[in-house]
Design a binder for this molecule. Structure first.
Ligand code: ADP
Length: 965
């Protein structure tokens, strides 16, 4: 769980996490991007500036080199010209001028030389003592001095050129301007051994072009010089000598290197071997050298003297890569760390010499501007960052102040609302709206105050309701207490939570009796609850006045069925009454049974003598031997008539007694209306005719209409109605017998044209022995039982019987019977199969059945089997007769037969020797298992229920037949 903090802290934290941190982060990111990008921009700018500085330095160097080259080329051009002049002079005869003759002296050591100068300045001549000077030598000197004026011109016109001279293979040196050669040169100097000589020979200079020598210490005393030299060949190709023009190093230094170099740098020249020819003073410290401007004559006189190797940049190991790069590249720029710090050295080759002109500038100076830009850029960045920092500092300060104010503005009203709510919970409902800056909070606070008002109203209303409730409750308690009933509530454990009875404790403790079992009220409650039913239970509670009865209604009280309400009503009085009634009913029933029994017995007992009376009356009437007189005959007729009447009466009383004692059992099965009509009309038609009545039959139902009823009893009822219609009709009257369908019933109505029945009498006619005084007012015979029996029978068949009558016009009696589906006709295919398989030749079946519909069906089945014979009887006595006569192979016996019932018939069959062995199938509508068991136990071979299942019936038939075979 997160720790709970107050709103103020929460807003503070939110401000830090949502505003401060992301903003700082974003700004840092932007600053980083700014610095990285500007650093990148500045460095690429610096790179560009550096490279362009280098380029311009290179361009300067190249320009200077070419300028030097121009000057040096002039010198080397001059030396070439000079050499040509010397060659020409050697070939042209000449003689010494007087001035020269005067100053040329042959010294004792064999040196031939000029002892002094002449005006305006002449050349100096020195013929080494190692070569003897003769005429030819003197002539050579004369010839060479012819070039003297040109030599002078060269030195005068070119500021670089210090000395102009010719050295010959025989160590003659002609040199301008004049100096004291005798003191300067060694007397035995061997000129061809000097570099300025041999470097011009064929071996060193096969192209015979002018060349520059390395710097060397001038033997003529000019100090460190370098010379442009050109060979002088005789026409025969002999190297006569070498012409040369000297340039002193100091002159190059001052003149050639006098160029102004930008960024406070300096120039220097190295020869093709890497030796520094000219080094300005400003550069000496860098290279750790001091330029050799002075010379040592003693050395110079002895041999070629070159600059020391420290002056050779190609060999200076301390310079690292630079030495190598400088030696190999004709042009370049390179940073080099020298004694004087980091320098940028740029060089280019001086055309025509293979010398290199170098410019050395301090790197700091070159990049000074660039670095300045860099620093400025950085400073700008820092200023900007600082600006941003100040801005954000200020901004965050403001933001924080605002956030704090916001937090206060929010938390203050919330606290006030909290106070309001806590006051509301304490019941202080009237509150005032606090002032806040925020509209929503103001509204909410307003709603809270409103809520308080509502609560206050509701509280008041509640209080009122509570009071009303309390008063209603006390009213209720008063009402309930005034009731005899006991009402109690109980919870799931059987604990009584509420009991509206003044005598609570006593009631709770009492043992009660439920369904004969003793228990406490509590056990009963738990039991009723576990049954989960709302129910009525009668319980018994002992009291001082004996056991009292209560009718208890138990109903579940809540949806979880955990609580119940139990209402108990004292029904002791009712119980006592009920018990009395039951006793009375039982008594009445037993009296009725006794009456029926008595009637039944009496009827039976009466019939026997009556049969005798009737029999003897007939004997008397029919006796031929002793014919009766007319008066006797009349008397005998009266006896017969009275006897017949008595017999009818007895039979009908017996019927009624049987019905009332419940002894009549009906076979309710589908019966065909047409068959019923046929049976009834056969009997009634002759009667109607005898009376002279018109009998009209209107049958409005289809032929295969069936009703569910007992065939014989239905006939009995209809015959009774029709015979009444004929009995109580007027002479030549009419009987209309209508059959029609009404919904799911068939209505049989019998209308007559008799006198009708008064409305007051209509209710009476279904009562037994009620004849409406017919016995007094007419001679129409009757017993007053017919309609009673009819009504009983129709009721048993679940039908309805009734009548309408208009006095003077006639009556309509009707009977409704329930409609039934016609039994399914026999499936021809099933029958065909049975016919094919049936092998019972000479097989006879007797069916004793009162319902022709059934009889017809079985006949249809049996008659179609090859070689079988079908016999039918609609009454038991007839059946017995046929059985005795024809001895059938099988008897099908309906158990519900009119008159003698099936069991009775079966008993007779078993009693008779002749029929004892014939197998009998019981055929009945009674499908009860107990009936089946009973029948099979009695000896029936099979028990077949209606409606007939043709398939299984055929199977049983076949089995039976096979067992006989
Ligand atoms: P019974 O005909 O033997 O007297 P019933 O029970 O059949 O007995 O009839 C009871 C009485 O109802 C008859 O005695 C007769 O008065 C009256 N009654 C019955 N049917 C008719 C009828 N169709 N017209 C007039 N009265 C009739």
């Amino acid at each position: 769980m997160k720790p709970v903090v107050n709103l103020y802290t929460w807003l503070q934290r939110s401000f830090v996490t949502l505003a401060l941190i992301p903003l700082v982060f974003v700004e840092l990111l932007f600053l980083t991007i700014y610095f990285v990008s500007s650093f990148w921009a500045v460095s690429s700018q610096a790179d560009y500036l550096r490279s362009s500085a280098k380029e311009s330095l290179g361009a300067i160097v190249v320009a200077r080199a070419s300028s030097i080259s121009g000057q040096l080329e002039a010198v080397s051009g001059n030396v070439s010209l000079l050499a040509n002049h010397f060659a020409e002079a050697l070939a042209a005869p000449a003689s010494l001028s007087a001035a020269d003759q005067a100053r040329l002296v042959l010294a004792p050591n064999g040196v031939y030389y000029t002892a002094r100068d002449k005006t305006p300045g002449g050349a100096a001549v020195f013929y080494s003592g190692i070569h003897p000077v003769g005429t030819a030598e003197r002539d050579k000197v004369a010839r060479l001095l012819a070039v003297e004026s040109m030599m002078r011109d060269l030195v005068v016109t070119n500021t670089l050129e210090d000395q102009v001279y010719l050295n010959t293979f025989d160590s003659l040196n002609v040199i301008y301007p004049y100096f004291d050669v005798l003191t300067q040169y060694s007397p035995k100097i061997n000129i061809p051994t000097f570099n300025f000589y041999y470097e011009a020979d064929l071996a060193h200079n096969p192209l015979k072009t002018p060349r520059w020598t390395k710097a060397y210490l001038d033997p003529a005393g000019k100090g460190w010089v370098t010379s442009a030299i050109a060979p002088v060949y005789s026409p025969s190709g002999f190297l006569e000598g070498v012409a040369g023009i000297d340039i002193t190093v100091s002159r190059i230094t001052t003149q050639v290197l006098g160029f102004e170099v930008p960024w406070g740098g300096y120039g220097l020249v190295v020869d093709r071997d890497g030796t520094i020819l000219a080094l300005p003073t400003s550069g000496e410290a860098d290279w750790n050298l001091s330029e050799l401007k002075s010379h040592h004559y003693s050395q110079a006189l002895l041999e070629d003297t070159f600059k020391p190797s420290s002056f050779n940049l190609f060999q200076r190991r301390d310079l690292g890569d630079f030495s190598l790069t400088l030696a190999e590249s004709s042009q370049g720029v390179m940073p080099v760390t020298l004694e004087g710090g980091k320098k940028l050295v740029s060089w280019a080759t001086i055309g025509g010499t293979d010398w290199k002109y170098l410019v050395v500038v301090p790197e700091s100076q070159v990049f000074k501007g660039i670095n300045q830009i860099f620093i400025e850029q950085l400073a700008a960045g820092l200023v900007m960052s600082l600006g941003l920092l100040i801005f954000y500092g200020w901004f965050f300060y403001l933001l924080r102040r605002r956030a704090l104010r916001m937090a206060t503005a929010l938390s203050q009203p919330l606290l006030q609302m909290d106070t309001i709510v806590s006051k509301l919970t304490r019941g202080e409902f009237t509150q005032s709206v606090p002032d806040t800056e925020v509209l929503e909070l103001q509204t909410t606070a307003g709603h809270l105050v409103e809520l308080g008002q509502h609560l206050s109203d509701a509280h008041a209303a509640n209080k009122l309701i509570g009071e009303k409730l309390e008063s209603a409750r006390s009213d209720l308690i008063a009402v309930v207490n005034s009731l005899d009933d006991i009402i109690l509530e109980a919870d799931e454990t059987g604990e009584i939570t509420n009991l509206w009875n003044s005598d609570r404790e006593r009631f709770e403790e009492l043992p009660i009796v439920v369904a004969g079992e003793k228990m406490t009220l509590r056990t009963f409650i738990v039991l009723a609850q576990s049954n989960h039913q709302a129910q009525h239970v009668e319980i018994q509670v002992p009291s001082s006045t004996g056991m009292r009865w209560f009718l208890v209604k138990v109903s579940m009280y809540d949806h979880r069925r955990e609580r119940l309400i139990l209402a108990a009503r004292d029904i002791t009085e009712r119980k006592i009454l009920e018990n009395t009634l039951v006793v009375a009913r039982d008594e009445a029933e037993s009296a009725n049974r006794a009456k029926s029994q008595f009637l039944s017995n009496m009827s039976h007992e009466l019939r026997t003598p009556l049969n005798a009376v009737l029999g003897f009356a007939q004997v008397l009437a029919l006796s031929k031997k002793e014919p009766l007189t007319e008066a006797q005959r009349r008397h005998v007729r009266e006896i017969d008539k009275a006897g017949q009447h008595l017999l009818t009466l007895i039979n009908e009383v017996l019927d009624l007694a049987r019905i009332e004692s419940g002894k009549v059992s009906l076979s309710l099965e589908p019966i065909a209306v047409t068959k019923v009509l046929a049976g009834v009309l056969d009997l009634i038609r002759p009667l109607a005719e005898r009376q002279g009545l018109a009998l009209n039959v209107v049958n409005l139902v289809p032929d295969d209409t069936h009703v569910r009823a007992d065939f014989t009893k239905t006939k009995q009822v209809l015959i009774n109605l029709l015979s009444n219609a004929s009995k109580y009709n007027r002479p030549k009257g009419e009987i209309l017998f209508t059959v029609e369908r009404e919904d799911q019933r068939v209505k049989f109505s019998v209308a007559d044209t008799g006198h009708g029945i008064a409305e007051a009498d209509q209710a009476k006619i279904f009562q037994p022995f009620q004849r409406l005084n017919q016995e007094l007012t007419s001679d129409i015979e009757g017993t007053g039982i017919g309609l009673t029996v009819s009504k009983q029978l129709v009721n048993l068949m679940e039908g309805e019987i009734g009548m309408q009558s208009t006095l003077g016009h006639g009556s309509v009696f009707y009977v409704y019977l329930p409609l039934r589906e016609a039994p399914a006709p026999v499936d021809p295919a099933i029958l065909a199969a049975a016919v094919k398989n049936f092998g019972g030749e000479g097989f006879t079946v007797l069916y004793i059945e009162d319902n022709p519909a059934n009889s017809d069906l079985v006949e249809q089945i049996v008659a179609s089997l090859p070689g079988t014979r079908f016999l039918a009887a609609n009454r038991g006595d007839l059946g017995l007769e046929l059985a005795r006569q024809h001895k059938p192979n099988l008897i099908l016996l309906d158990l519900h037969l009119p008159g003698m019932d099936g069991f009775h018939v079966f008993g007779e069959l078993r009693a008779d020797e002749a029929t004892r062995e014939i197998p009998v199938f019981a055929v009945t509508a009674d499908a009860m298992e107990s009936s089946r068991t009973k029948a099979l136990a009695m000896g029936f071979a099979a028990y077949i229920t209606k409606p007939l299942n043709v398939d299984s019936f055929l199977e049983q038939l076949t089995n039976q037949m096979e067992s006989l075979n």
